[in-house]
Design a protein around this ligand. Structure first.
Ligand SMILES: C[S@@+](CC[C@H](N)C(=O)[O-])C[C@H]1O[C@@H](n2cnc3c(N)ncnc32)[C@H](O)[C@@H]1O
Length: 267
């Protein structure tokens, strides 16, 4: 945790008394943040530290933190639909992401998974990420750079390519590959060439029909190249405490996507 005081240019996560979160940027000394619980002057935040408290103009208590990657991903700008943090957590373990790994990704989208991968592979690792749509790549770039400024950690090397993965990867010996795009079965030939034997491929798909197409293609055409480790979905239900009432929250994210984990065989 950065034990410094908040300064101009910082992004700050505000948490109000109801647990609602807001991500703001301290643009200048004169600025302020207005919401239904009142106004917070940037001047009242500048000089404070993570974990400190400020009070709004209506006397409401607000907590100050730097955002975690989970919180940042949910608040950052979206071009394409992101992978939800609850799924990213599972994906990182299923893929057995490790420091120094060489990773291939498509598409970059808004950069949510890319950020988690860059952190997971550490400063000796590398992430090569393909995105065919330039406008999405620009958003991802901005999202990634902003978070790197918030958390000055040991990030992996990032190579962003504004290219369709169908045109070829151009590199081999990847330890891990991640496909979050509608038709991963069309890219298995590329992944087969790029991924090391024993390497892991993770595909993320929102519908059952897509999983069926992918697994059918593997069984019929690529059974000597890929082993299906498992198909998963992650259900996460938050709980809340209000006095003596301790119970699940009545709202939850019902469905995001399915995760398929595959292992490259030595074919
Ligand atoms: C759902 S988004 C990815 C979101 C990303 N995983 C994230 O967490 O922010 C899918 C992206 O894949 C891109 N895409 C689809 N097919 C592609 C391909 N063959 N090569 C490169 N990018 C592709 C789309 O343009 C889109 O931006």
């Amino acid at each position: 945790m950065r034990n410094q005081t908040f300064k101009i240019g910082d992004q700050v996560l505000l948490i109000d008394s109801r647990g609602k979160k807001y991500l703001i940027r301290l643009k200048d000394k004169k600025g302020s943040f207005h919401f239904h619980r009142g106004e917070i002057r940037f001047l009242d935040i500048l000089g404070k530290k993570e974990g400190d408290i400020v009070y709004t103009s209506k006397g409401e208590k607000v907590l100050l933190f730097l955002p975690t990657l989970w919180e940042y991903i949910l608040k950052m700008q979206r071009g394409a639909q992101i992978i939800y943090p609850k799924d990213i957590g599972q994906i990182l373990m299923l893929a057995d992401i490790f420091p120094g790994a060489k990773v291939l990704e498509a598409g970059t989208g808004s950069g949510a998974l890319t950020l988690a991968l860059l952190r997971g592979v550490g400063k000796k690792g590398k992430v090569v990420s393909f995105e065919k749509r330039k406008e999405f790549l620009e958003i991802a770039k901005k999202n990634i750079e902003r978070f790197k400024k918030i958390k000055k950690e040991e990030w992996g090397k990032l190579v962003l390519k504004n290219k369709d993965l169908k045109e070829g990867v151009g590199e081999r010996d990847f330890d891990r590959a991640f496909l979050d795009l509608p038709e991963p079965w069309e890219l298995l030939e590329q992944i087969k060439k790029a991924l090391k034997p024993g390497g892991i491929l993770i595909c993320y798909l929102p519908t059952v029909l897509q999983i069926f197409n992918l697994t059918e293609t593997i069984e019929k055409k690529y059974s000597k190249d890929f082993y299906i480790m498992g198909i998963y979905e992650v259900l996460q239900r938050g709980w809340q405490k209000a006095g003596v009432s301790l119970r699940p929250k009545d709202r939850m994210v019902g469905h995001t996507g399915f995760i398929i984990a595959l292992r490259r065989l030595k074919s």
